[in-house]
Every structure is written in C-alpha cells, then in structure tokens.
Design a binder for this molecule. Sequence first.
Ligand code: DP6
Length: 361
Amino acid sequence: MTEKDFILKKTNTSKLNKGTFTWQSPSNIALVKYWGKSDPQIPKNPSISITLNNCHTSTTLEFSKKEIPTNDFNVQVIFEGNIKDAFKPKILNFFKRIEKYIPFITEYDFVIKTENSFPHSSGIASSASGMSALALCLMSIEKELNPEITPEYFKQKASFLARLGSGSAARSIEGELVVWGKHDQIKGSSDLYGIKFPYEIHSCFKNYQDTILLVDKGEKQVSSTLGHELMHNHPFAEQRFKQANENITKISKILQNGNLKAFVKLVESEALTLHAMMLTSDPYFILMKSNTLKIIEKICNFRKKTESNVCFTLDAGANIHVLFPEKEIEKVNTFILNELMGLCQNNQYICDKGGIGARQL
Ligand code: DP6
C-alpha cells in the first residue's frame, strides 16, 4: 500500500446527513521505542508494542451536515462531560493533515465526546488511544459513504490516519503485538501504518501482564512531540536508529522462541536508551523521578533474588510499566504490593495486560 491508496475520491455525501459512531481504543506500550520522526509522521525506526486491555479511550463522534458549506473544520470537544477547548488545536491540526484522505470532513459539523478508562491526570499518555478512537470513528463515516471497503483496508487506513494524529496511535488499532515502521524482516511492515505482528507468538507471551506504577501524575515538562524534534541533530541519533532496527530483528525471534531472559534484557535496554536520548538531547531533559530509579533498582534486585522474569519499561514519563508473564502473577503482585506500591504517588497503580485491540461500541 502507498500513501495514494488512502486518498478517498470526492464522494457524494448527500445521502448521509447525520449520524453517530462510537469506538473504544486501547493504549499501548512500546517494547522497541519510536523516538525520532520526519515529516509527515514517518518514524526514523520501526517500533513494536503490546496493545493494552484495560487502559482505553472511548470516543463518540456525532456529525451533521453543515447548513452552509465552508472550507474549514467545525469541531466541538467534550472530555469527560465538559467542553474542552484545550484539545481543539491538536484536533484541528489532525483534521488539516487528514483532509486530503477523507475530504468529507469539511462538509460536517462534529461533536467529539471522549473519556478515558484511566484516571485523568495519571501521566498515562492518552494520545495513542484518543487519536486511534477518533480515526476509527472517521473511518466508520468513510465506510457509510463507501461501503465496499474491506475490513483490512478499514483497519489499515484507521492506523494510517491515527498515525497522522500521533505516531504511537498507529499501533492502537489491533492487538496483541503491533509493529509500525518498515523493517526487512517483518513481513508487510510499513512506515505508513501499524500491522499485527505477523508471526506465531510463543505461549509465554500470551496475556502478558503490564502493571503501570503511577510514579508521577503531573504534566510532563517536555512533550513527546518536542522530544522527537530533539532527535534531529542529536549526536547519537543515527546509532540509535540502527540499534532499534537490530532490536526489532532480535525481539521478533524472542517473541517466537520464548526466550524470556533475552526479552528482559532487550526491553529494559530499550527503555533506558530512550531516556538516555533525552538525557543527551540539546537541551537535555529528565523525565524520570527519583522513585522511578528506586523502583528500577528494586525490580532488578527482585529478579536476581527470585529468578523471576519480571522487567520494567518506560514511556516518555516517570511512570513504570512492570511487565511479566501471566504465570508469575501471584508472585509479582505480592512483590508490587510489598515493595513498589509505596513508591507510587498516592499508592496508585493500574493492572493491565495484553489486549486484542479497538472495538466499536
Ligand atoms: C516514548 O506517539 O506520543 O512513547 O507522534 O509526536 O504524537 P507524536 O509522539 P508519540 O511518541 C511516543 C513515544 C514513546 C515511544 C513509543 O510509544 O514508541
């Protein structure tokens, strides 16, 4: 598929005056990280993520034909029951980027009603789940206008559109593992959209657990979008992109052969490398907090003591994702309760696991 395959030809919208669609989209956590991009939202390296099950965004999109046609976008955003004008610029920017592919968006007035399953200020990024839910609602409109599109095209284009809203959102359409970004050894992979990991996954990775420790729920000082920009002219960027490509080759094998020790090593190294890129940017920035480091140390010690396969990963923030196989649930939960919970803000954490992707409500 090329970018041109996603352009919807001018369609007759006269039979579709109004309607409503609702989609629920999950968040995801990257194992090999996307950090660095070029225009328009093309990743500098491929990434792979676990689609989550419990952390998700539900979005209802109401649309009605504009009384007087205009060339601009008319959008109202309601977040958890309240009008949220602060979200508008990001959505208008998203609409500008995707107009070429779904030109009907200038013909309607939109009301977007959205809510998250996770606490509002938890430091969990909602851009992946939010943008993918919105992209899916827009694809439901396209399907009404153009009923012959296939389910496969529907998902690919939803991921393609979501990517233009937020890169990681491209990985929030399907589950349980999604690759986004072209890689020679991942069949069907593309820079334009995410695909389901195309090989059989070893049973030890089924229902993989992710407990998210809420270390710091405050607003980040540096957004991911700015962090990506700082990868331009970054002294270690090229080496990092090369390493991420190699790590995709490695993790693809690990996910198939079930080598948990190798998984732990690679995933933790990816998390620390992501933050190393932040620490060595110009200007540099630090998103980890002291409790992030304390928790990392405790996880490593616990693993040494118990032969557990628990490991950590991080996204662009201070929170820790504790990853472990389903069969270690009891042991790791006890460890989290006894040793890690006290290091979380207000003792808060969220139990999640691999999920199957978005669904229409
Ligand atoms: C550290 O997808 O949030 O979570 O494309 O600018 O919206 P934009 O950035 P975003 O970046 C995510 C970065 C990351 C790693 C990852 O999810 O792969």
